[in-house]
Ligand binder design. Structure first.
Ligand SMILES: NC(=O)c1ccc[n+]([C@@H]2O[C@H](COP(=O)([O-])OP(=O)(O)OC[C@H]3O[C@@H](n4cnc5c(N)ncnc54)[C@H](OP(=O)(O)O)[C@@H]3O)[C@@H](O)[C@H]2O)c1
Length: 288
């Protein structure tokens, strides 16, 4: 049985779907099983990283565990504790979700958030794989409201390009890493096939939707105020802004072949993702 943490999230939910399609026994962890009703026929258990007993119960009997910590400055302790729990529960293999740029000095503090978790994975004595994906294609789902209401989508990263990756490809690499020891000791940097700016993504999505999408540059101070108003901590906001500045300066213009190496096929393009998710950006039909 494979245990998936972050199972209601972007990558975890897709891993659950892909493992179930391959008829691999899978257990999905969430703090609130009522929210995981979409997982028909899947063993869904309650687990909270802050409640070690619940995580021990969830991991007991698992051969491999997919680890999604808590993004931000709190990630370090969460990952260490989860990995210690996995060991104690007799888990053999772990796959840790990290992020591209981890350990890059120019990335600032956000580049350090996953470091202790990666280190804990490498020092765990378990079979481990670390996945460092680039920017998820699905981040642009946050554009759905402005697009529906004809507003411009926000550009926080100027002319900076990124190897935008389809979450389905991240999940597919995770699935292979969970199922086979062939990926033990590997750190994969996962990117899509093209380097894209925000304007490139907007143009691609516009083509999929069949109407233009405007892009508006957002000054850093406005972005800061927006995130603080949304309740993010000052430390988290500083990290996120440093990450955006790094991208703006071209630091994340990185493309790798790691998806192809693991899957034996090229990664999906952003255009593939946009076509498959066009429905999420269309007007919501009025209720009669
Ligand atoms: N977005 C990007 O472009 C990008 C790029 C590279 C790397 N990443 C990395 O991806 C990771 C996030 O993955 P994601 O986007 O798939 O996740 P997500 O969609 O943000 O979902 C977060 C998941 O974490 C679970 N969770 C949060 N706190 C928990 C707790 N205390 N106990 C148990 N579960 C908890 C949530 O489960 P419940 O709410 O159901 O409990 C949820 O399933 C981050 O580490 C980030 O650095 C993201």
């Amino acid at each position: 049985m494979i245990l998936i943490t972050g199972a209601t999230g972007t990558i975890g939910s897709e891993i659950v779907r892909q493992l179930a399609a391959r008829e691999v026994p899978v257990r999905a962890v969430t703090r609130d099983p009522a929210r995981a009703q979409a997982f028909e026929g899947i063993d869904v258990v309650r687990g909270d990283y802050g409640d070690a007993e619940s995580m021990t119960a969830a991991m007991t009997g698992a051969e491999a565990v997919f680890l999604v910590g808590v993004l931000g400055p709190d990630d370090a302790d969460t990952d260490r504790a989860l990995i210690a729990t996995a060991r104690a529960a007799g888990v053999r293999r772990i796959v840790k979700l990290s992020a591209i740029g981890t350990g890059e000095p120019d990335l600032g503090r956000v580049g350090t958030w996953h470091l202790p978790g990666e280190q804990a994975a490498r020092e765990s004595g378990l079979e481990w794989t670390v996945l460092r994906p680039s920017s998820f294609a699905s981040n642009t789902l946050s554009w759905a409201d402005p697009i529906r209401t004809g507003q411009p989508v926000p550009n926080l990263t100027g002319e900076g390009a990124q190897g935008v990756i389809d979450p389905r490809d991240v999940a597919a690499v995770a699935v292979e890493s969970l199922l086979s020891a062939a990926h033990t000791g590997r750190t994969y940097t996962l990117t899509g096939p093209e380097l894209l700016t925000t304007a490139d993504q907007a143009a691609t999505l516009a083509e999929a939707l069949g109407h233009p999408i405007e892009v508006a540059d957002i000054p850093e101070e406005l972005a800061r105020q927006h995130m603080l108003t949304a309740g993010m901590s000052a430390e988290y906001v500083d990290g996120a802004l440093a990450g955006q500045a790094y991208v703006r300066a071209g630091g994340n213009a990185v493309r790798t072949d790691d998806v192809r190496t693991v899957l034996g096929r090229p990664p999906h393009t952003y255009a593939d993702w946009a076509v498959d998710h066009a429905h999420a950006f269309r007007p919501v039909p009025a209720r009669s």
